[in-house]
Design a protein around this ligand. Structure first.
Ligand SMILES: [Zn+2]
Length: 247
């Protein structure tokens, strides 16, 4: 059995029997994994406060070839982001970020950029940064990392290149924008102004607003939210369970 040590974000915990825990975690170097922590609820020595939802912990674990579950040996808490568990709206949004991560990344698909995105977003949520902005930041980048980037550089119908000339229409079934000659703005096909398209393009390529407030223009947020919601529902084929709890 090979031992690994990985910085990891705790996604899900399930109690098993009298003292064990099944823990789903997203590791920085090996992707999403599930492991059993034997005796974790009795022994607080090997896992001191490090197996709680959204915690960032260094986990030591072993894997056996062909086994779905790894064995958690010990853990050390790095960051516990306490406000994510004490404020209901933060808890809901944190749960939503976790659900989207789990859908986009099957077990053992490593993606350090996704790990960093989730860590950054959970940290910023805990610090009280704007929730609507963070949701848009996360959705745009996570979908791109999961293989579902929105095509923004040309009309996906007539193929005319788009360089910010007027409004563009998002077509979920085409995975990208269309020009106003080819499509009309409707509730199902929301429109975006050039600034929203440009901002989405930057968010997809990993840009992170450096301003302390993490603020994006309200108009941009209002336009990107329906676009990303439709994009996610179309690609995933359903609404996320946790999205019902979000405002
Ligand atoms: Zn067109």
């Amino acid at each position: 059995m090979k031992a690994h040590v990985s910085p990891s974000i705790i996604l899900r915990i399930k109690e098993i029997g009298e003292s064990d825990l099944i823990v789903t975690f997203f590791s920085a170097d090996r992707g999403r994994l599930r492991g059993i922590a034997k005796g974790a609820r009795r022994s607080r020595r090997r896992f001191v406060n490090c197996l709680d939802h959204f915690c960032l912990s260094t986990l030591e674990y072993t894997e056996k070839p062909g086994r779905d579950l790894c064995f958690l040996q010990s853990g050390k808490l790095l960051e516990n982001f306490p406000s994510l568990r004490s404020d209901y709206t933060l808890l809901s949004l944190g749960g939503y970020l976790v659900e989207l991560t789990e859908i986009l990344f099957p077990l053992r698909v490593a993606d350090p950029a996704m790990f960093n995105l989730l860590k950054k977003c959970l940290g910023a949520l805990h610090e009280g940064k704007e929730r609507d902005t963070l949701r848009v930041l996360f959705e745009a980048r996570a979908m791109t990392l999961g293989g579902y980037e929105i095509q923004l550089h040309e009309c996906t119908i007539c193929k005319r290149s788009y360089e910010g000339q007027g409004r563009a229409v998002f077509k979920a079934e085409r995975g990208g924008i269309a020009c106003l000659r080819c499509a009309k703005e409707t509730t199902e096909s929301p429109g975006m102004n050039p600034l929203s398209v440009k901002t989405l393009d930057r968010l997809q390529s990993g840009w992170w607003p450096e301003r302390a407030s993490l603020h994006l223009e309200e108009e941009v947020i209002q336009e990107l939210r329906p676009v990303l919601t439709r994009h996610i529902e179309y690609r995933i084929g359903r609404r996320l369970k946790t999205s019902a709890c979000l405002g």
